[in-house]
Design a protein around this ligand. Structure first.
Ligand code: CP
Length: 307
């Protein structure tokens, strides 16, 4: 079994076998990340461009390091410094990168569907690094890599995802990925931050954070995305914390040693208390390490049949 797709635009429709192949390959790549000589020839001769129309620390940097560790030529374009500012269309930017011999374009964009549009118009492989409220597939892959290691597998695991589900591309990709791997996903959020009929994606919705945490193997927080919200979706930060913050008391309802996760960046004291984020159960730092390994694996698997 080997990955045969041109692009990775989301985890919707990605098979259990494909996800397992990426996670298995990422484990091998992690040896490179942990070694004192972070250099392999897996991407020698390839060129990788990160095209980010939104801010990022983790995703952009881990793709750039993954490219460098595997000997690719890598470059970054941020929207503020590109010809987008002069009115160039996204497709014209993509075709320009194609003409320069770019092998992989990694794109983050505030509008859902933009990576798919780009992928239809360029020869290069396209990886979605987060599009609007749609998907963030590499985040979910690194989350699953981290969970799989600690839980010994994903089949039958109960994952509680708590926070701003409405605006969360991380939640959507995790729902697709985790359910494909046989895990069960339970969501909780204030009703104003929970999409109607989201259960049709194969997850369940808990009425309270206490219900969601009960017996969970993993409790994952989601960032309150103030930049994507209209005003008034919850009365105040204090009231949000009272009802929905991940705290040690709520974590105590989960299984002993349940994992605490968050994709970052965190709003400490809003969706997650520092005492939970920094607890011995927290694997938030390990999620970042998994991010480099997963992105190395994906870049390798997408390009490896091209010599
Ligand atoms: N989790 C995540 O996507 O973080 P960045 O916005 O820093 O890339």
């Amino acid at each position: 079994m080997s990955m045969a797709r041109k692009d990775l635009l989301g985890l919707r429709g990605v098979s259990r076998e494909e996800i397992a192949e990426i996670l298995d390959t990422a484990l091998t790549m992690r040896k490179v990340v942990r070694s004192s000589n972070k250099k392999t020839a897996h991407l020698q001769g390839k060129s990788i461009v990160t095209l980010f129309y939104e801010n990022s620390t983790r995703t952009r940097m881990s793709f750039e390091l993954a490219s460098k560790y595997m000997s690719a030529a890598s470059a970054n374009i941020s929207a503020s410094a590109s010809s987008v500012q002069k009115g160039e269309t996204l497709i014209d930017t993509g075709v320009t990168l194609d003409q320069m011999g770019t092998d992989v374009i990694i794109i983050r964009h505030p509008m859902s569907g933009v990576p798919a549009l780009l992928a239809q118009n360029v020869r290069a492989h396209v990886i979605n690094a987060g599009d609007g409220m749609n998907e963030h597939p590499t985040q979910a892959l690194l989350d699953m890599m981290t969970m799989r290691e600690h839980l010994g597998g994903l089949e039958g695991a109960k994952v509680a995802i708590c926070g701003d589900v409405s605006h969360s591309r991380v939640a959507r990709s995790n729902i697709y990925g985790l359910t494909a791997m046989g895990a069960s996903v339970v969501l909780c959020a204030p009703p104003t931050l929970m999409p109607v009929r989201i259960d049709e994606l194969g997850c369940t919705v808990a009425p309270t954070i206490e219900d969601a945490c009960e017996g969970a193997d993993v409790v994952m927080g989601l960032r309150i995305q103030r930049e994507r919200q209209q005003k008034g979706l919850f009365p105040s930060v204090a009231e949000y914390c009272d009802h929905w913050e991940i705290t040690p008391a709520r974590l105590a309802l989960a299984k002993p040693h349940a994992l605490v996760m968050h994709p970052g960046p965190m709003n400490r004291g809003v969706e997650i208390a520092s005492s939970a984020a920094d607890s011995p159960q927290s694997v938030i730092a390990q999620q970042v390490e998994s991010g480099v390994s997963v992105r190395m694996a994906l870049l390798y698997l997408l390009t490896r049949r091209e010599g």
